[in-house]
Design a protein around this ligand. Structure first.
Ligand SMILES: [Zn+2]
Length: 219
């Protein structure tokens, strides 16, 4: 067998995270991050990794606007740059916001595809899971009521996790994710619109719940 491998490492170029805020009505300085990553592996178009995560995050903010909900804290949508090649975007964000880490109320990332969500991963003080029981009850109606305490919620929110920011991610049906992940087959036809929409709904519920929590989350 003869393999012809063509990868090459090119020099870095300047790029950027894309950030948009829905300003909080009571605590605008406190942030709930809703995110996915903007870059992808270069073989396919990156539909499930992680176009889906970016779309779901933007749509969650859109849903909150459409429903005329007024989050008390700021909901910040971030499309992170350079997850795949060393997380330069999220690392720079953490560095730039080092002094405002305590104002980062929570961080969420969707980066496990576009499959049906069954619940929410939580990387935080175990008390947070208890505080989230009423939210899980709402999500249960759409089959997304599982709450799972985990060690890690997402590559781009890892710097924030390490700084103590409570982190969340949807638990998604990942049965087919690795059939396409980082391959030429990661294209839009692999996404089921209904399941993508279900993810947006879960993220919108969780983001709004976080933005309006009465008590701060224990760290
Ligand atoms: Zn990814």
């Amino acid at each position: 067998m003869k393999l012809v491998l063509t990868p090459q490492t090119l020099p870095d170029v300047e790029s950027a995270n894309v950030i948009a805020d829905i300003k909080g009505s009571e605590h605008p300085e406190q942030m709930v991050i809703v995110s996915g990553h903007l870059d992808s592996w270069d073989l396919g178009t990156g539909a499930i990794d992680d176009g889906a995560g970016v779309a779901v995050s933007i749509e969650a903010a859109n849903l909150i606007q459409k429903l005329h909900l007024k989050p008390k804290r700021t909901i910040r949508v971030i499309a992170w740059m350079n997850e795949e090649n060393g997380e330069a975007g999220s690392k720079q964000y953490a560095k730039d916001h080092e002094k405002q880490i305590s104002n980062h109320f929570a961080a969420m990332e969707t980066d496990s595809g576009a499959g049906h969500p069954v619940g929410v991963n939580i990387k935080a003080n175990p008390e947070v899971k208890k505080m989230f029981a009423p939210v899980a009850k709402i999500l249960q109606d759409s089959g997304a009521g599982i709450l799972d305490l985990v060690e890690h919620c997402g590559a781009d929110i890892e710097s924030l996790e390490k700084a103590g920011v409570p982190a969340f991610s949807p638990i998604q049906d990942g049965r087919f994710y690795f059939n396409y992940h980082h391959t030429a087959a990661d294209t839009l036809d692999k996404i089921v619109p209904k399941e993508l929409a279900e993810n947006s709904a879960v993220i919108a519920v969780v983001a709004y719940a976080l933005a309006n929590m009465e008590r701060p989350l224990p760290r």
